[in-house]
Ligand binder design. Structure first.
Ligand SMILES: *Cc1c(COP(=O)(O)O)cnc(C)c1O
Length: 516
């Protein structure tokens, strides 16, 4: 048998590594890493299959031989991806203080449960009689989500928070249309909202109007009341909000919105701050997504697969998307058809995330979940208290909820910006906090420690920030302007990268004949 060659001569001639900037080709054992196309060659492959019989192809003249896929041996491929993974920050490496993102530890117990063959090896089209256990888990998860939120219905299928927002607004739109209120075309969103809120409203076809914020970081009730009217379909309010503050007037917000015929969509991304303590249903919420990867500790999987179930009020429940689990005496089955506005996804949602979230709920219990919220809030207030005085808290009066928000007033006159400060944190071994969000706070730095950090780790973090702050105030500008000095990559032009992304790798050795 001959070895099969699948690679192509992809590395530009004379170019030894992708990055010539490093003297050593890496830091210590961390090597510089070229693109996989640059590592690959045409004389290698990780597989050794018998050569295909030329007559066996059904593709006729459509066979392509210019794919330029990189050819790598198995150890080369494995090492490439492991080295890339070492360049990523991860919650398993250290504190990940991104505000609003809730980067909490992902318990290994969840992983163990999700890998049980009875859950992991299911196919979504298996006969229902063979997946009764999985359906029961979905039913139990739904029960917990409804109980914790005080809401009568839940749609499990949305795949993320933003997808949940879409689901909620589609339910609201369907409900308005059913009630002859389809002319309502506006969604009100506070200035401090997460970008997904106005984006979702626009995606559904609504126009977006902003609600002003009070000086103490809450929804301005007078402005809300002035903007509510017969054209408003819904308000979208995050609670606790993205300034890390509880909306003190949330019941009044719900009341006046309902009085004007609008629904109250609550962005539940910050539910981790109140789970077990406050039930959004009691506050008058009509729809709320729950990011299982935030509140219920499932992994933030690089954009997916995630899960963002949406709880719905009595008024919206009839418009929920299919499917949902029902029990009809013969066992559990999925109600699939003829209801709501249709479906959010091809199948039933992310089973692996359901298992992880349910394992988290059961391992904590109701009392443990309440303590999760309490400890998350305690940790954030500890950070706020330790850093206040040196750094300027955006809303200094009173405690915060699960995240501590600072502005850049304290950096005035130092020549150091929020971005510089965040980049210098990388050199100190800490991932930056969320920067420049929410937009209503100048040079915002939003820190969310979560309940899974110990006091020792929070102290280490605060001390590093205080030392950096002292350096900024002492005029050590160079330390900030050039940062990060110690990361595999130095400061990148993020605007250029966003505006002109290079999404295609081009083979510089064009003209070289493909492998025989
Ligand atoms: C994370 C987040 C979202 C979006 O959730 P995804 O699961 O990332 O789609 C929306 N709003 C707020 C306030 C968030 O923090």
């Amino acid at each position: 048998m001959t070895m099969m060659n699948v690679g192509r001569p992809t590395r530009p001639e004379g170019d030894v590594t992708a990055s010539a900037a490093s003297l050593t080709g890496g830091r210590g054992l961390l090597q510089d890493e070229a693109l996989i196309f640059e590592l690959g060659g045409w004389d290698k492959t990780g597989v050794d299959l018998p050569a295909a019989d030329a007559d066996a192809s059904d593709l006729g003249g459509l066979v392509r031989d210019d794919l330029a896929l990189p050819g790598l041996s198995e150890p080369e491929a494995v090492r490439h991806y492991v080295r890339l993974s070492q360049k990523n920050h991860a919650i398993d490496l250290a504190l990940y203080p991104l505000g609003s993102c809730t980067m909490k530890h992902n318990p290994r117990l969840n992983e163990k449960a999700a890998r049980l063959a009875g859950f992991a090896d299911l196919h979504p089209m298996q006969p229902e009689a063979t997946v009764q256990g999985a359906l029961q888990l979905m039913d139990r998860l739904a029960h917990w989500l409804k109980t914790l939120t005080g809401m009568p219905a839940v749609a499990l299928s949305p795949k993320a928070g933003a997808h949940g927002e879409l689901c909620g607004l589609l339910c609201i739109k369907a409900a308005h249309e059913a009630a002859g209120q389809g002319h309502r075309r506006t969604v009100l969103v506070p200035t401090s909202a997460h970008g997904t809120n106005p984006a979702t409203a626009a995606f559904v076809g609504y126009s977006v109007a902003e609600i002003a914020q009070t000086p103490d970081g809450r929804v301005d009730l007078a402005d809300l009341e002035a903007k509510l009217g017969p054209d408003v379909a819904a308000i979208m309010v995050t609670n606790p909000n993205t300034c890390g503050l509880f909306e003190r007037d949330v019941i009044e917000i719900a009341r006046i919105s309902h009085a004007h015929g609008a629904y109250f969509y609550c962005d539940g991304a910050n539910f981790n701050a109140i789970v077990g303590r406050v039930r959004p249903g009691d506050l008058g919420v009509d729809a709320m997504h729950i990011n299982l990867h935030k509140t219920f500790s499932t992994p933030h999987g690089g954009g997916g697969p995630g899960a963002g179930p949406v709880v719905l009020s009595q008024a919206l429940a009839p418009f929920a998307p299919a499917p949902w689990v029902v029990s009809d005496g013969e066992g559990l089955r999925l109600q699939e058809h003829d209801i709501g506005f249709g479906r959010m996804s091809a199948f039933h949602g992310q089973m692996g995330m359901f298992v992880r979230a349910y394992a988290y709920m059961l391992s904590h219990g109701a009392d443990g979940l309440r303590q999760v919220a309490e400890d998350a809030v305690l940790n954030a207030n500890y950070v706020k208290a330790r850093l206040s005085g040196v750094m300027s808290a955006a809303f200094p009066d009173g405690p915060c909820m699960h995240e501590a928000l600072f502005d850049d007033a304290w950096l005035e006159g130092t020549g150091v910006t929020t971005l510089d400060f965040a980049k210098a944190m990388i050199d100190e071994g800490f991932h930056p906090m969320t920067m420049y969000f929410p937009l209503v706070v100048h040079g915002a730095m939003l820190i969310e420690p979560t309940e899974t950090e110990s006091k020792a780790e929070l102290d280490r973090f605060c001390e590093a920030l205080l030392a950096l702050a002292a350096a900024a105030k002492a005029g050590d500008v160079e330390r900030f302007k050039g940062a990060p000095f110690l990361a595999p990559m130095r400061r990148l032009d993020e605007t250029l990268a966003a505006r002109k992304p290079k999404l295609v790798w081009r083979n510089d050795t064009e003209g070289v004949a493909p492998a025989p």
